[in-house]
Design a protein around this ligand. Structure first.
Ligand SMILES: O=c1[nH]c(=O)c2ncn([C@@H]3O[C@H](COP(=O)(O)OP(=O)(O)OP(=O)(O)O)[C@@H](O)[C@H]3O)c2[nH]1
Ligand SMILES: [Mg+2]
Length: 201
């Protein structure tokens, strides 16, 4: 089976990449399989900058094609926050429950029509001795007033997906993996897959 390396330590993302790449005949390896690889500091101010940082750093270390994912929740009423700080919004411990509580607190008293938001995902592909590629996908929604559903990770329980009329965490994986920001970025990447994963990469 062909192998693909995703430069992530996030177990929620890792699970989704396995679900999305397996049907294409790829075995997914993540940084959870390479425990010695150091953390890449996410110093960029955009999803694209951070995705490139992660993919290019790990690709150089392993001398392999590497894909990374930088993603997050952009809330209009919070001037785009948490944005690139989504993982650590409530602190370095990267706790999903604390992050959701912080967003809900900051939106207290804000009416539904002003609670618009979107998930964004940029996938970067770093290829040894070639220029990197990036692909971006989004998913539009509204921030709920309380949690709904058990699926997914991160902010999924408080993100109402306009297209599906359900919270992201109420959508089973096969549905989320077809409509999410990550799925939409991956659809663009897939069109380039044969070129990226040519013999030798
Ligand atoms: O409800 C959600 N559903 C999603 O589908 C989703 N995708 C991203 N996020 C949030 O955005 C952060 C990414 O930050 P991020 O790209 O820096 O990743 P990370 O630090 O968690 O892992 P790594 O890939 O960098 O190792 C994550 O932690 C989550 O809080 C999501 N929340
Ligand atoms: Mg990160």
């Amino acid at each position: 089976m062909k192998e693909i390396i995703i430069a992530t330590k996030n177990t929620g993302k890792a699970k989704e990449f396995v679900q999305m790449f397996s049907p294409l005949g790829y075995e997914v390896k993540t940084l959870l399989d390479f425990p010695d690889v150091p953390d890449v500091e996410e110093t960029g101010s955009t999803f694209e900058e951070n995705a490139l940082l992660k993919a290019e750093t790990i690709s150089k270390l392993l001398n392999r094609v590497v894909i990374s994912d930088d993603s997050g929740l952009v809330v209009d009423a919070l001037n785009g926050r948490p944005g690139v700080y989504s993982a650590r919004y409530a602190g370095e411990q990267k706790n999903d429950q604390d992050n959701m509580d912080k967003v809900l607190r900051e939106l207290e008293g804000i009416p539904t029509e002003e609670r618009t938001a979107r998930f964004c995902c940029t996938l970067a592909v770093a290829i040894p001795n070639e220029a990197s590629l990036t692909f971006t996908g989004t998913c539009e929604g509204v921030i709920l007033e309380e949690r709904r559903g058990e699926y997914g990770f991160g902010y999924d329980p408080i993100f109402y997906v306009v297209e599906e009329k359900k919270a992201m965490a109420e959508l089973p994986p096969e549905v989320k993996n077809n409509i999410s920001h990550r799925a939409n970025a991956l659809k663009k990447l897939k069109e380039q897959l044969p070129a990226v994963f040519k013999e030798g990469n």
